[in-house]
Design a binder for this molecule. Structure first.
Ligand code: SF4
Length: 347
């Protein structure tokens, strides 16, 4: 049994102009100790999917279908008490804006100690000791002294380290990181990501890493899920995804990454924008932006399949390379030819 199993998840928001299906039939799983990257442009549904794991979707949104099983237990059926226990104790979250996650009127150390006390029956002294230990582990120098600093006395990178320390305070089995390094400079970003990787290995914590940055995924993840317009369009191991992307959307994302020795003047961007989720395109949701779209793509929604065997995603091996494109359902007559797009030398 996987640590986390998400099955046919549907999350809706009720807007003035209609119902937005921000996540629409999403299924994936995370094994113990693995790092799964979830990538896609803004509006793909990555963050909504992450918030759903702990039922943190507020009105006007709601989870309307699906199952989220954590260690076999359906999170969507948990009592409030069980949910409280799950939050922080077994699944912890690290968000993009560390400053907002810290309360400005308490010291950083007190907030970490409070997180320890919330889930463990320990004395104040033990909670303080654990907080200092965690600050040390996430690389805060002079942790004992910095325990008494307020958040504004920490730099952005240190605040994010403190939030990670808080998230790890109760040894969660799953850490959900939503764009944890956005807004930090590249050196700090690399340090934070390395820290997450080291801590995950040390604490044997699985990580769901949500990002729009495929470069980050390449370095830090075991497997990758690519989302587009609320759906999974590709899933593979990192090596497979980078050396042999199957879905035209993934190919478009990859083509826009700068590479060492790149002599292109301009990086190619995927034409167009993410569709309005109140009125999603018929057939394949990516068809208005896809250079390979044929008539069938406008009519029929491609299922997520094992691209090699054609086996449905639900029955495929966890490491199988899945893609939702008519190339793999057998309905695309012309076939795909990616070489030109990936190299970007089609002019
Ligand atoms: S199904 Fe058609 S439109 Fe969709 S990604 Fe494949 S080729 Fe492009």
């Amino acid at each position: 049994m996987a640590l986390l199993e998400v099955e046919d998840l549907v999350v809706q928001f009720y807007a003035e102009d209609g119902v937005v299906r921000a996540v629409d039939g999403l299924s994936y799983e995370i094994e113990r100790g693995e790092t799964l990257g979830i990538v896609g442009e803004s509006g793909a549904g990555k963050s909504v999917a992450s918030l759903s794991l702990l039922r943190l979707i507020d009105g006007p949104g709601e989870i309307v279908e699906g199952e989220i099983r954590f260690k076999g237990r359906n999170v969507l059926e948990c009592t409030d008490e069980a949910l409280r226990d799950l939050r922080g104790n077994e699944i912890a979250m690290v968000f993009q804006d560390a400053g907002a996650a810290l309360n400005p009127v308490y010291t950083v150390g007190e907030q970490i100690a409070e997180a320890v006390r919330a889930h463990r029956d320990v004395t104040d002294a033990a909670a303080r000791e654990r907080a200092i230990d965690l600050l040390e582990r996430v690389g805060i120098p002079d942790a004992e002294r910095r325990y008494s600093d307020y958040p504004h006395e920490f730099s952005g990178g240190m605040q994010q380290r403190a939030v990670i320390a808080m998230a790890l305070s109760c040894d969660p089995d799953l850490l959900v990181c939503d764009e944890p390094t956005t807004g930090l400079d590249v050196t700090i970003e690399a340090q934070i990501l390395e820290l997450l990787e080291d801590l995950a290995a040390e604490f044997e914590t699985a990580i769901q890493l949500v990002t729009h940055d495929l470069g980050v995924v390449a370095e830090r993840c075991d497997r990758v899920l690519v989302m587009y317009a609320g759906r999974a369009v590709e899933r593979a191991t990192v090596e497979e995804l980078y050396y042999d992307p199957k879905h035209p959307y993934t190919v478009g994302l990859m083509a826009s990454i700068p590479r060492i020795g790149d002599d292109r003047d301009r990086l190619p961007a995927i034409p167009g924008t993410m569709p309005d989720l109140v009125q999603v395109p018929t057939g394949c949701r990516f068809h208005p932006r896809c250079p390979y779209a044929e008539e069938v793509c406008t009519l029929r929604d491609p299922a997520l399949l094992d691209a090699e065997t054609g086996v449905d995603a639900a029955d495929a091996d966890p490491d199988a390379h899945l893609a939702a494109c008519h190339e793999y359902t057998g309905d695309l007559e012309a076939g795909l030819d990616y070489a030109v797009t990936v190299r970007g030398d089609d002019e």
